[in-house]
Design a protein around this ligand. Structure first.
Ligand SMILES: Nc1nc2c(ncn2[C@@H]2O[C@H](COP(=O)(O)OP(=O)(O)OP(=O)(O)O)[C@@H](O)[C@H]2O)c(=O)[nH]1
Ligand SMILES: [Zn+2]
Length: 298
């Protein structure tokens, strides 16, 4: 990417509203200025967290010329199209709740997307103040046994257990609607009300703001991206090799099947199905894997 000239500036995408982006200029001034940007032509392939090169067209408007190479990119896709979730994040905070009950399949899809993108997952069980927390924690025991951290939380009562885990990370909050993402964001950023208003005035429309993702600064080194509630998480962009590696407990067995191109479905002498039979890999996770392979085959 060419060096910034006087007209070209670098910015951080802090809001993505379809075709319009809120970008924070990375200039020397202490108060980072946020402006409204569009991309050239019809291209809208940017995400919150992207570092972009832009040219100012006005004091508060610019055209995005390109983006810098990404360290990570999280996205979801079905057979027809893909949607970016966030760029350059280091951690995915998967927000679940004791009630309403969460979809375990969606949790697995989030874990797979994170592993495939090289992003560290953190499982958060919110609303531990209301329902029977133990049964939800039991449902999550499988994931702790895989090595994933599961944090019980009540965002309404006390957000402090989450804070140290966000330190030094750019985290994206993902989860079904109603699990408490907004409550968590508000608890971490009490001044958020004011901040959200600023963003929508800059983008001068307010009307598209409900479906937008936002990046907020927690401190100089810690950032948080709040994303809209998920109903589904398509993983059509992953091939079988990416999938089998994203199931982290499969890794010790990969390359040990009788067939080099084993898909670990029902081939004879498959190291994964053997591991399942021996109780070393959970059959639920194997089922999730087989379902995902079935989807990408379609
Ligand atoms: N008891 C309890 N209720 C909570 C907690 N966190 C959130 N809630 C409630 O759960 C409901 C949903 O919370 P939100 O923060 O709006 O959920 P969300 O994940 O942002 O949902 P979307 O905006 O639809 O994506 C609200 O009524 C919150 O008050 C918690 O820790 N304990
Ligand atoms: Zn196999």
């Amino acid at each position: 990417m060419k060096a910034a000239t006087r007209e070209t500036q670098t910015g951080l995408v802090v809001a993505a509203y379809g075709k319009r982006y809120g970008v924070e200029l990375q200039d020397e001034s202490a108060s980072k200025r946020e402006i409204s940007c569009v991309t050239r032509g019809k291209k809208t392939d940017l995400a919150c967290g992207d570092i972009v090169n832009l040219k100012l067209t006005d004091t508060h408007e610019a055209v995005i010329e390109g983006y810098l190479p990404r360290k990570t990119l999280l996205y979801r896709s079905n057979a027809y199209r893909s949607k970016f979730l966030a760029a350059n994040v280091t951690q995915m905070v998967i927000v679940l709740a004791t009630s309403p009950s969460f979809y375990e399949e969606l949790l697995n899809r989030c874990l797979i997307a994170a592993e495939a993108a090289g992003v560290k997952p953190l499982i958060l069980l919110n609303k531990c103040d209301i329902a029977d927390k133990e049964s939800a924690m039991q449902r999550l025991a499988l994931y702790s046994s895989l090595g994933y951290q599961v944090l019980p939380l009540s965002a309404k009562e006390d957000i402090s257990p989450l804070k140290p885990l966000l330190q030094g990370h750019t985290s994206v909050l993902v989860g079904q609607s109603g699990m408490g993402k907004s409550t968590i964001t508000n608890a971490l950023l009490p001044e958020l009300g004011i901040r959200t208003q600023e963003v929508s005035t800059v983008l001068d429309s307010g009307k598209h703001t409900t479906t937008a993702a936002h990046l907020y600064h927690l401190d100089a080194n810690s950032h948080l991206i709040d994303s809209p509630g998920l109903q589904e998480f398509g993983l059509n962009h992953l091939d079988i090799e990416a999938l089998e590696h994203a199931f982290i407990e499969f890794r010790p067995y990969l390359g040990k099947c009788r067939f080099n191109n084993c898909r670990h479905l029902k081939e004879p002498d498959c190291a994964i199905s053997n591991a399942v039979n021996e109780g070393k890999v959970s059959s639920e996770r194997w089922t999730y894997f087989k379902n995902l392979v079935g989807e990408i085959d379609r």
